[in-house]
Design a protein around this ligand. Structure first.
Ligand code: NAP
Length: 248
């Protein structure tokens, strides 16, 4: 129960990586606010948390992370009900994949607004509370695509690379106040986002990655728990790649 007495906000918590992160943080004793595009979607994970960790406190919230006013109001509501947010996991993300020549303004804006502006909105909304408490852990989910690029993902790669720069800058701004800010760069993880991955691509990942398998949401959740705990207090501004060695 290394995270007992901590309040965590997990965005994109309705399924996939966000759900596993919510469950794992609850297992470690944290009170977990689950956020998705709707409260109903997030409630599905709250139900899983209460089945898996019956003693855990968790609650669902819904909003679009790209909308600053909604984020501010959700954070106020979470802090009024559960207490100051000490752990923020920025995990909400979308893809709109297509080649640059075919990419619409909307494909670009939706991905940048959700994946990058959403992280900015959430960090800004929680940072005052963390500064006052002189303790905080911000963990941003980027991607190996943000570090290495990918054809057909100009928008997604730019949003995820932006998270890396934002992470280093927040680390520099807040380190002296007991706050760390790090990113995790997953490789291919089995979730809805990769459900349509062609079979030959799956085989390629399994052949190329030294650990010879796709990742699970739990692989990422374990890394989040490490970065959320006391054991990582001297690590900040870093991007931890969790990809089974795929990008080596
Ligand atoms: P997923 O299964 O598609 O889930 C995406 C989550 O984000 C859902 O909870 C969704 O909520 C939420 N979301 C989307 N747009 C939102 C918005 N505007 N406001 C609030 N919530 C929003 O994705 P995943 O595979 O678990 O990925 C989670 C994160 O890891 C993403 O940032 C992704 O880019 C990153 N990542 C994934 C992989 C991978 O292989 N899966 C690899 C590298 C990085 P609703 O259910 O309400 O729509």
């Amino acid at each position: 129960m290394i995270l007992e007495s901590r309040v965590a906000l997990v965005t994109g918590a309705s399924r996939g990586i966000g759900r596993a992160v919510g469950v794992e943080l609850a297992r470690m004793g944290a009170t977990v606010a689950c956020l998705a595009t709707s409260e109903k979607n997030a409630q599905a994970t709250v139900d899983v948390i209460s089945q898996t960790v019956p003693t855990a406190i968790s609650k669902a919230w819904g909003c679009d992370v790209s909308d600053p006013e909604s984020v501010d109001s959700v954070v106020k509501s979470i802090e009024a009900e559960l207490g100051t947010i000490g752990i923020l996991v920025n995990n909400a993300g979308v893809t709109r994949d297509t080649l640059l020549v075919r990419m619409s303004d909307e494909d670009w804006s939706t991905v940048i607004d959700t994946n990058l502006k959403g992280v900015f909105n959430c960090c800004r909304a929680v940072i005052r509370g963390m500064m006052k408490a002189r303790w905080g852990r911000i963990i941003n989910i980027t991607s190996i695509v943000g570090l290495h690029g990918a054809a057909g993902q100009v928008n997604y790669a730019a949003s995820k690379a932006g998270i890396v720069g934002l992470t280093m800058s927040i680390a520099k701004e807040t380190g002296s106040r007991g706050i760390t800010c790090n990113s995790i760069a997953p490789g291919f993880i089995e979730t809805d986002m990769t459900a349509d991955l062609p079979e030959d691509m799956r085989e390629h990942v399994c052949k190329t990655a030294p650990v010879a398998r796709l990742g699970t949401p739990e692989d990422i959740a374990k890394a989040v728990v490490f970065l959320a705990g006391e054991g990582s207090s001297y690590i900040t501004g870093q991007t931890l790649t969790v990809d089974g060695g795929l990008s080596l």
